[in-house]
Design a protein around this ligand. Structure first.
Ligand SMILES: *Cc1c(COP(=O)(O)O)cnc(C)c1O
Length: 410
């Protein structure tokens, strides 16, 4: 069976974890610090704070920018539950903007329409690995006094070329700067997930990247119960070698040394992983380009490609996490369930990303969201199907997937 996603673990990963297991620290030791430093360097951020999951990273980022009751937070309806749930954890109102039908990412027009007086943050999700239109999203947020949190669970390892004036002239070819995902201009905080299906893994794990010292300091405390250990910052307690002070409510979101040992070794292979994923995507794009009832993934206009181009840009590097086809199941006289079942019988695993979050019962009941709120997401959802995409796929696996899909779809 070829699954839709899967981790790549080699002998060096195993050696690294065993070494950590034999060391003095199982958690919160030197591996955590080293992983944070190396990841920060890789993504071009001043600070990285590693935590126990991507969800914890989102929760922490929201808390750091002081999201709370009375605040309104907008994310894409085409995402995993966590992008929205983190706002609800803090008592804020999660809300959903529709997607752009080409990139399947947050539509900036819909974001503007969804905006309210109390909108305090945008959680922009880089769906399938393709970055959102950050030049426009960050400009809008800045004008309206909101923060931008980039949920880069899918896009770690990619980079975007900005012209010298990131806000105005993206298409300028004169003097471009390459920004890794993790330090895009105007983004306040970027979050990552290291779940096994993501681009690199620590089994469970996540991280926040930020250039802001104040937010980083908050996150380090939030990760471990809000404990402050620096006596210079104590508000009431007398300093002593054992004393810590709790100034705000935090959680236990610590990640272990075992996980960070794995993460450090995975990080060394990040470029390879991204490269292999891009190769597989190119094969799929070629193979499926001429299928009548199928739409292959496209880049949004802002990436300087024009929506009909499929070739990877020379300057923008997309770290593809998912390969999503849009299939007109009605037109082929079938259903998604039937197609998934046939593929499964032929040994090809597929998945659906995502069930529109606003249609989940909890969101309907608590916020009154209903069908029709995000029409592009809803029609996208009717047709989407994610094919297998992970670096350990062999060329033979790729050919098997292509042949099987072509056998089943007209
Ligand atoms: C995986 C994922 C998360 C959550 O990450 P966990 O590590 O599973 O908690 C959040 N947002 C998106 C878009 C994801 O894909």
């Amino acid at each position: 069976m070829i699954p839709y996603g899967r981790q790549s673990i080699d002998d060096e990963d195993i050696v690294a974890v065993v070494r950590a297991l034999k060391s003095d620290y199982l958690t919160t030791g030197p591996e955590v610090d080293a992983f944070e430093k190396e990841l920060a360097e890789r993504v071009g951020a001043k600070h990285v704070i590693a935590v126990s999951s991507g969800t914890a990273a989102l929760h922490m980022a929201m808390a750091a920018v002081r999201i709370g009751p009375g605040d309104h937070v907008i994310t894409s309806a085409n995402t995993f539950l966590a992008s929205a749930n983190c706002a609800a954890y803090l008592g804020a109102t999660p809300d959903f903007a529709d997607i752009d039908p080409v990139s399947y990412n947050l539509s900036v027009e819909s974001l503007e329409e969804t905006w309210q007086g109390n909108t305090k943050a945008v959680v922009a999700v880089d769906f399938a690995g393709q970055p959102c239109d950050y030049p426009r999203i960050t400009q809008l947020a800045r004008e309206r006094g909101a923060v931008v949190i980039q949920d880069a669970s899918h896009s770690l390892g990619g980079s975007v070329a900005y012209s010298q004036e990131p806000i105005s002239g993206l298409r300028s070819t004169t003097s471009e700067i390459q920004y890794p995902i993790g330090c895009l201009p105007g983004v306040d905080m970027t979050t990552f997930s290291f779940h096994p299906v993501k681009t690199m893994t620590t089994a469970e794990g996540g991280a926040v990247a930020t250039d802001r010292d104040d937010l980083a300091e908050f996150c380090r405390e939030f990760r471990t119960h809000g404990m402050v250990r620096d006596s210079k910052r104590f508000q009431t307690l007398e300093p002593g070698p054992w004393v810590y002070e709790m100034q705000h409510l935090g959680f236990n979101y610590r990640i272990t040394d075992l996980q960070c040992a794995l993460g450090r070794n995975q990080l060394r292979k990040l470029d390879q992983f991204v490269q292999r994923r891009a190769e597989i995507v190119a094969h799929y794009n070629d193979a499926f380009a001429d299928l009548d009832y199928v739409t292959t993934p496209k880049l949004g206009d802002w990436l300087g490609q024009g929506s009909r181009h499929q070739a990877p840009s020379t300057t923008n590097r997309i770290a593809w996490h998912l390969y999503v086809l849009q299939i007109n199941f009605n037109a082929i006289g079938s259903t998604r369930s039937a197609v998934m079942e046939k593929l499964r019988e032929a040994g090809v695993g597929t998945q659906v990303h995502y069930i529109p979050v606003h249609l989940q019962p909890w969101y309907r009941e608590n916020f009154g969201y209903c069908l029709g709120k995000c029409p592009n997401v809803e029609s996208y959802y009717q047709r989407c199907l994610s094919l297998p995409l992970y670096p350990a796929m062999t060329d033979r696996d790729v050919r098997t997937v292509i042949a099987t899909v072509k056998m089943i779809l007209p």
